[in-house]
Design a protein around this ligand. Structure first.
Ligand SMILES: [Zn+2]
Ligand SMILES: [Zn+2]
Length: 247
C-alpha cells in the first residue's frame, strides 16, 4: 500500500511535469496544484473588495468616502446578520467566473473560488468563531435542473479550510422563487417571505452563511432571520462577490 502511494505520487509528479496544470478559468496560465487556484493573470484581473466599503453589508463605496463605515441601508434598516465577508466586487472577470461556475456546469470552479473566500474569512475572523457553515439552499426543482448547488460547493471548500462542519440539510428552500433579477430589495424580500425553513433548532450556534453573490442582500436577510428565529446566536455571511450597486 505504501509502495502504491509512493508510486502514485511519483507518477502524478511526472504527469504534472509533462502536462503542467493550467488555470481552471482561462485554461492557459499555469498553477502550482491543479484545480485549487487560479493563475496569476486571472487573479490580477479579479476586482478585490478593498476599502472603502460598508463594514456591515460589504457594499463597496464609490466617490469621495475615504474610510469604511455603515451604508445608508444598514443604518436605516439594520440587517439581521452581523457581517458580510466578500472576496471581491461582482464585476469584470470575477463576475464572469461566478456566472460560469453557476450557469455553465463548471462546478470545478467551486474549489478555487471557495478558497479565495475562505482566506478572506480566516483573515477577518481570526479565531474562527463558527459552529456551523450553511449554504444558501436551492429549491429541489432548481437543483434537479442545475444538478449542483453552487453555494454548497463553496461551503464545502470553506468548511475544509476552516475545519468547521457544513450542513446542507438544515436550511431549506420550501418553495421555488421566481428569478430575482431586476427586482428592488423590497420586491425581493416580498418574494422571499416564507421561502426558507429550518429542519431543526440550532440553539446557541454561530453560523456562517455562504452564497456565491450578494446583490441587494435580500436572500441573506431572509435566511439570517430564519436562522436567528431558529435559535442561532449569530449569523455572519460570506460570498465570493458583492454587487457594487443595488440592481
Ligand atoms: Zn487564468
Ligand atoms: Zn451596508
Amino acid at each position: 500500500m505504501k509502495l502504491f502511494r509512493a508510486l502514485k505520487k511519483e507518477l502524478s509528479g511526472l504527469v504534472d511535469f509533462i502536462f503542467p496544470p493550467v488555470c481552471p478559468l482561462c485554461g492557459k496560465g499555469s498553477v502550482d496544484v491543479a484545480g485549487v487556484s487560479f493563475c496569476r493573470n486571472c487573479l490580477a484581473d479579479f476586482s478585490p473588495l478593498v476599502s472603502p466599503f460598508c463594514t456591515l453589508c460589504a457594499l463597496p463605496f464609490v466617490g469621495p468616502q475615504e474610510s469604511d463605515h455603515y451604508c445608508g441601508a444598514c443604518i436605516t434598516n439594520p440587517p439581521p446578520f452581523s457581517s458580510v465577508t466578500s472576496f471581491g466586487i461582482y464585476e469584470g472577470l470575477l463576475k464572469e467566473a461566478v456566472q460560469t461556475f453557476k450557469y455553465r456546469d463548471k462546478f470545478h470552479l467551486g474549489r478555487p473560488l471557495g478558497r479565495l473566500v475562505a482566506e478572506k474569512v480566516a483573515e477577518r475572523h481570526r479565531f474562527c468563531p463558527f459552529d456551523l457553515i450553511l449554504p444558501v439552499p436551492l429549491h429541489r426543482r432548481r437543483l434537479q435542473e442545475r444538478t449542483y448547488n453552487q453555494a454548497l460547493l463553496l461551503a464545502e471548500t470553506i468548511g475544509r479550510h476552516l475545519a468547521v462542519p457544513v450542513n446542507s440539510a438544515l436550511l431549506r428552500r420550501l418553495r421555488p422563487t421566481p428569478p430575482q433579477q431586476g427586482l428592488s430589495e423590497r420586491e425581493r424580500l416580498r418574494n422571499l417571505k416564507g421561502v426558507f425553513g429550518l429542519a431543526e433548532k440550532i440553539e446557541g450556534l454561530r453560523v456562517l452563511l455562504v452564497d456565491d453573490v450578494m446583490t441587494t442582500g435580500a436572500t441573506a436577510r431572509e435566511c439570517s432571520q430564519v436562522l436567528l428565529r431558529g435559535g442561532a446566536s449569530g449569523v455572519e455571511v460570506a460570498v465570493v462577490a458583492r454587487a457594487a450597486r443595488h440592481f
